[in-house]
Design a protein around this ligand. Structure first.
Ligand code: 3BY
Ligand code: FES
Ligand code: FE
Length: 410
């Protein structure tokens, strides 16, 4: 049976409320299907507008086999282009980020404008028509300072996500920030193990001493239900909404993205060891200090915590069936000065430690799942509702797409 039929069979026969069968976490042909059916079709968070603030600034990103460059044009518009030269296919932009007046392929110097149109190609003969050889565009949308791309030929409508997210994020001014620090770690585990770990706090008290100083481990905060019955969360929402900040839990019908605010523990206002602010200059003058955390999750690429004084954003990219890159960025107000308004070590401490703790957890999980003795185990209905929701989203998302191309005999 080929991988597609096997994957569909396992999705259809899986036990609900249980972790997935082993091949979902480590089989290379299942990974190819994840790329084809999820990563090459969905909207993906790639970076922030503030990272390419000036015309000609760009960053590159690799999604499976696709190299992509995201560049701000002279007109200020942010575009994404397939980073594959129309001559013989070399990558045009080779660095992780940079600034350029034109995009020049390093191989034979074909030269493209910032919108991807080919400007010069040396000695290509009389009949050559440079209009036919622009860099190919990739769908690209920005919302509240976040840049998303989609590799599909026909991307899903971005509007519902934009309309959900924008009112929550707009007051925080994230377009007026800068990246104070960025770190990428490689976790030796499948991207779904990274997400499953993120979607619960069942593991928090035993593994996250730093985060647990400020972040509540309550399933009503991390999960997908029960917040309306939690008086502390309700009080927090009322207070924030009275101050003009949309706060209530919202999730889309397909369960792909959700947004909500949650209070931090005690009087904490930031992810520091003391709970006190890490940055003196707040992100936005429109927002008071005590707003807890604004959380956004968008499968398969991003989870986020927006606080009064800074924001921490996370990007997940799969590297192989058993490796995942997690990039964390700490955003502060663009005028905040390191050493004056914030101490960088203090700013990044909690999440640097937390990420490393989560990396170890994911890697141990991956090693154990590889055992021939592994079989899917039950999620805690109390603490792992968010994981159940993630797996349900994945199954309901990939199942019909698998069925489109599977044997009808099944
Ligand atoms: O970053 C998060 O939102 C999750 C929630 C619980 C644990 N983890 C750190
Ligand atoms: Fe780019 Fe030749 S491959 S100029
Ligand atoms: Fe964790």
């Amino acid at each position: 049976m080929d991988a597609r039929n096997e994957m569909l069979r396992l999705i259809q026969n899986r036990r609900q409320g249980f972790s997935l069968p082993r091949p979902f976490y480590n089989a290379p042909d299942f990974y190819r299907l994840d790329l084809e059916l999820v990563w090459y079709r969905e909207w993906l968070f790639v970076g922030h507008e503030c990272e390419i603030a000036k015309p000609g600034s760009y960053f590159t990103v690799q999604v499976g086999d696709y190299p992509v460059v995201v560049v701000r044009g002279r007109d200020g518009i942010i575009r994404a282009l397939h980073n594959s030269c129309r001559h013989r296919g070399s990558r045009v932009c080779t660095g992780r980020k940079g600034t350029a007046a034109r995009l020049v392929c390093p191989y034979h110097q074909w030269t493209y404008d910032l919108d991807g149109s080919l400007l010069f190609a040396r000695e290509m003969g009389e009949a050559f028509c440079k209009e036919d050889f622009s860099m190919k565009p990739v769908a690209c949308e920005s919302v509240a300072g976040y840049i998303f791309i989609c590799l599909a030929e026909e991307p899903a409508d971005f509007t519902p996500f934009r309309e959900t997210m924008e009112p929550y994020f707009a007051p925080h001014n994230l377009a007026e920030t800068k990246v104070a620090h960025e770190a990428t770690i490689i976790e030796k585990g499948n991207w779904k193990l990274v997400w499953e770990n993120n979607r619960e706090c069942y593991h928090c008290s035993a593994n996250h001493p730093e985060l647990c100083k400020t972040f509540p481990e309550a399933p009503t905060v991390t999960g997908v239900s029960g917040a309306e019955k939690d008086p502390e969360i309700m009080e927090h929402w009322s207070r924030c909404e009275a101050a003009g900040l949309p706060s209530r839990f919202r999730i889309d019908e397909a369960g792909q993205y959700r947004v909500t605010r949650a209070p931090l523990l005690r009087d904490a206002v930031s992810y520091t060891m003391t709970g006190r602010p890490a940055v003196k200059r707040r992100l936005s003058d429109r927002v008071s200090e005590r707003i807890g955390t604004l959380m956004l999750y968008h499968y398969p690429t991003t989870w986020n915590h927006i606080l009064g004084d800074h924001a921490v954003t996370f990007r997940v990219l799969p590297l192989s069936a058993t490796e995942t890159a997690v990039t964390t960025k700490w955003l502060v107000h663009k005028d905040a000065v390191e050493g004056v308004d914030y101490d960088l070590k203090e700013l990044i401490h909690v999440w640097t430690e937390t990420n490393d703790e989560d990396r170890r957890i994911v890697e141990e999980n991956a090693l154990g799942v590889k055992s021939p003795a592994y079989e899917p185990g039950p999620y805690s209905p109390v603490h792992e509702g968010g994981v159940i929701q993630f797996v349900e989203w994945y199954a309901s998302f990939i199942g019909p797409r698998l069925a489109e191309g599977a044997d009808t005999k099944l």
